[in-house]
Design a binder for this molecule. Structure first.
Ligand SMILES: Nc1nc2c(c(=O)[nH]1)N[C@H]1C(S)=C(S)[C@@H](COP(=O)(O)O)O[C@H]1N2
Ligand SMILES: [Mo]
Length: 199
């Protein structure tokens, strides 16, 4: 069924499929920390323990998830910490243009700073009022509703502020550097000049 909330080529699937590359990491609170590094405003690294991160202001956002494999989930209620709030607590240097989001096992995804600071971009701990399950990214995943879902790493562990763009895991492996589902930016061969670093 056509739905104005569905980007081109997407369909709604019942339930919430699990999609990712590699194994589901085990969470160990004593070994977990969230790091902000790279070109920070003060030149320092910023770290939060799991307890400290969980104490940051909790907000909710209702938004959709669009997987490049064509399933979409509409109207999910994500709970967690707004990406903007993290940026305010550990600000980037003025010359920062992009953010690399890092997850367990070296998974990464690159975003333009403006995608990272978008109103709905959020580090989610909850979905539908419940804690995320391990397969869906517990204890923390990024959600960037206006981009394809690979731009939102599950099991996220930190961000790197960058003064130039660099490709993340899928962006190096054939997926579009920007990944806007409304423009159907699925694959890197579709990139126009200026949409991504040379491949
Ligand atoms: N760490 C990590 N995060 C990831 C991925 C991955 O392979 N590794 N895949 C992404 C992709 S392609 C999608 S569609 C969503 C899927 O989230 P879900 O399994 O909760 O539906 O997670 C994203 N986050
Ligand atoms: Mo995906």
């Amino acid at each position: 069924m056509w739905d104005p909330r569905l980007p081109p080529g997407q369909r709604v699937q019942r339930g919430w499929p699990v999609t990712h590359y590699g194994p589901v990491p085990k969470f160990r609170a004593d070994r977990w920390e969230f790091r902000v590094f790279g070109a920070t405003a003060d030149g320092e690294k910023h770290c939060w323990t799991h307890e400290e991160f969980a104490a940051l202001p909790y907000e909710t956002v209702v938004a959709d998830l669009h997987c490049v494999a064509k399933f979409s989930m509409l109207d999910a209620e994500w709970g967690g910490v707004r990406a903007r709030a993290v940026l305010d607590l550990a600000p980037p240097a003025p010359e920062v243009t992009h953010v690399m989001v890092w997850a367990e096992y070296g998974f990464s995804s690159n975003l333009r700073l403006s995608d990272f600071t978008a109103e709905q971009t959020m580090f989610a701990t909850h979905c539908g009022g419940e804690l995320l399950t391990a397969e869906h990214g517990f204890p923390l995943r990024l959600v960037v509703p206006h981009l394809y879902a690979w731009k939102g790493p599950k099991w996220v562990r930190g961000i790197e502020y960058m003064t130039a763009d660099r490709r993340g895991f899928w962006e190096e492996r054939g997926y579009h550097n920007i990944g806007d589902p409304w423009r159907e930016q699925r694959y890197s061969y579709q990139e126009q000049r200026g949409e991504g670093p040379e491949l």
